[in-house]
Write a protein that binds this ligand. Structure first.
Ligand code: NAD
Ligand code: LMR
Length: 339
């Protein structure tokens, strides 16, 4: 590409940039895989004071990659500087869980990070900025960040459930002996946790109903659903650390689809509930969305929901209400009264 054909820089902030996911993510953002091969990028890398030394190494490696699309790289632990005029923020920095923990065990340590970051985004980000929350517990962290950013739309905050969707697509493709690219309309409902509901009711393989190809309800209930729900833990027990390259890939897929669009495909994203499907308004609840580009999503509305699905969707909603109640002290104006 000639320089004259390149689009003026967009600013992307990544928190936790020296961590496992950050390390995998920033190289791929710099290579143009996320915002397009004609899009210049200003990258703001945000870390804790303690993370500054490894971050210097990441900066050196970004330099050594000689990425033609990378206009500038800034490293900082100052949130207002790091989020200054950004178009996209990818909030990755937070503690990961270890073996035997649930993601909600991270709440006490991590949720307050997102209160602080919500405030800084509110002050410093570009008006139309989009924020992807990856750090766990992702849905509730997104709620906390948004509630602390009163001048931003709730729709500007998304919590990541794309990794769960990709896991579900891969598992279904394997079961059916199909190519993963032919699998679509797999849905993740609810929380990015073991209560999530990976739903194949609407899924298709090569345009045909997945359920009519798989013809195995027992497999769906006893293997597929629990396997997707617990895949994060399965990776942790094998690797001794939580998924990183696949999480970075899913984060990149999420923002790429928001920015460049993914046609009529359904992409699961945890977004603020508008009350659709009877889900409590104001929770960050994963639903199928359609991304037409220009950084907007549309919720897929009014799908038929059978009794089994309704039960599963309510169970994960209940967990999100409990998580919200546990962080009430971080929701301005709701500290002592119901949200
Ligand atoms: P990691 O420990 O390798 O890296 C986290 C980095 O964040 C560290 O470098 C740390 O210094 C930094 N950090 C901590 N607090 C920060 C703050 N306040 N501001 C800026 N930086 C901060 O962890 P990881 O494996 O990269 O995982 C990061 C998070 O992502 C974890 O919470 C993990 O559970 C979560 N995760 C989510 C998904 C998902 O699908 N939503 C998938 C995988 C991991
Ligand atoms: C995942 O789904 O892999 C991440 O959320 C990490 C974890 O704790 O499972």
């Amino acid at each position: 590409t000639k320089n004259a054909d390149l689009l003026p820089p967009l600013k992307v902030a990544v928190t936790g940039a020296a961590g496992q996911i950050g390390y995998a993510l920033v190289m791929r953002i710099a290579s143009g895989e996320m915002l397009g091969k004609d899009q210049l990028i200003d990258l703001n890398l945000i870390e804790t004071e303690a993370g500054m030394s490894p971050l210097r190494g990441v900066m050196m490696e970004l330099e050594d990659g000689a990425f033609p699309l990378l206009s500038s790289v800034t490293a900082t632990s100052d949130l207002n500087k790091g989020f200054g005029d950004i178009n996209y923020a990818m909030l990755v920095g937070a503690s990961p869980r270890g073996p035997g923990m649930e993601r909600s065990d991270l709440m006490a340590a991590n949720a307050k990070i997102f209160a602080e970051q919500g405030k800084a985004l509110n002050t410093s980000a570009a008006v139309n900025a989009k924020v992807l929350v990856v750090g766990n517990p992702a849905n509730t962290n997104a709620l906390v960040a948004s509630e602390n950013a009163p001048d931003m739309w709730e729709e500007q905050f998304i919590a990541m459930t794309r990794l769960d969707q990709s896991r579900a697509q891969a598992l279904l493709a394997e079961k059916a002996g199909a190519d993963v690219k032919d699998v679509d309309r797999v849905i993740i409902w609810g929380n990015h946790s073991a209560s999530q509901y990976p739903d194949l009711s609407h899924a298709r393989i090569g345009g045909k109903w997945a359920k009519s190809i798989v013809k195995d309800d027992k497999w769906i209930k006893d293997e597929f659903i629990p396997r997707v729900q617990k895949r994060g833990a399965e990776v942790i027990s094998a690797r001794g650390a939580s998924s990183a390259a696949s999480a970075a890939s899913a984060a990149l897929d999420t923002v790429r689809d928001l920015h460049l669009g993914s046609g009529d495909a359904w992409q699961s994203n945890a977004v603020v509930s508008d009350g659709g499907y009877g889900i409590h308004k104001g929770l960050w609840y994963s639903v199928p969305t359609i991304c037409k580009g220009d950084s907007h999503f549309r919720r897929v509305q009014r799908l038929p929901i059978d009794d089994f699905s309704a039960k599963m969707m309510t169970a994960t909603e209940k967990e999100l209400i409990e998580e919200r109640d546990a962080v009430r002290h971080l929701l301005p104006g709701h500290e002592s009264k119901p949200v």
